[in-house]
Design a protein. Structure first.
Length: 147
């Protein structure tokens, strides 16, 4: 098997990213919507879409958001979301390699820590996060729709 290569996503990758995320998260994101948002944010240095390429196909993805703050204790930190690997490749350690890349990017951006969001049904992914050294925070994630 070839080696996985990680790089920042390009506009031409968006359709394949959405297809992978739809498969992994049971989402149905509209491609036109995704393209529009990607085009609007692709030059924002704090919005990074990372893709893992294997045999010319996107097989892994993570969204990295760098958040600089004025709060000394929080400092600058990163949040990961939509972390996923093609289901049939999940035993190939691509998730670990992708997290390594995410942390490299976080260090380059002087982040103090990395946090991630993961849906409750992604039990296998939680195993990876624990093994990688993430701790479950003593907090709740709250969300409220804006009318």
């Amino acid at each position: 098997m070839s080696e996985i290569v990680f790089r920042k996503a390009k506009l031409l990758d968006v359709k394949e990213i959405i297809e992978l995320c739809d498969e992994c998260f049971l989402e149905k994101t509209n491609i036109d919507y995704a393209m529009k948002v990607f085009e609007e944010t692709m030059h924002d240095k704090n919005q990074i879409y990372l893709v893992g390429i294997l045999n010319d196909k996107i097989v892994a993805h993570a969204k990295i958001t760098i958040i600089p703050t004025i709060y000394e204790d929080m400092n600058t930190y990163a949040i990961l979301n939509h972390v996923c690997v093609k289901p049939e490749l999940r035993r190939e350690h691509f998730g670990t390699k992708m997290l390594d890349e995410c942390f490299k990017i976080a260090k380059e951006n002087h982040c103090k820590c990395v946090e991630l969001w993961s849906k409750n049904f992604r039990v296998a992914a939680h195993g990876l996060y624990h093994k990688y050294g993430f701790d479950v925070m003593d907090a709740k994630f709250f969300s409220k729709e804006i009318d």
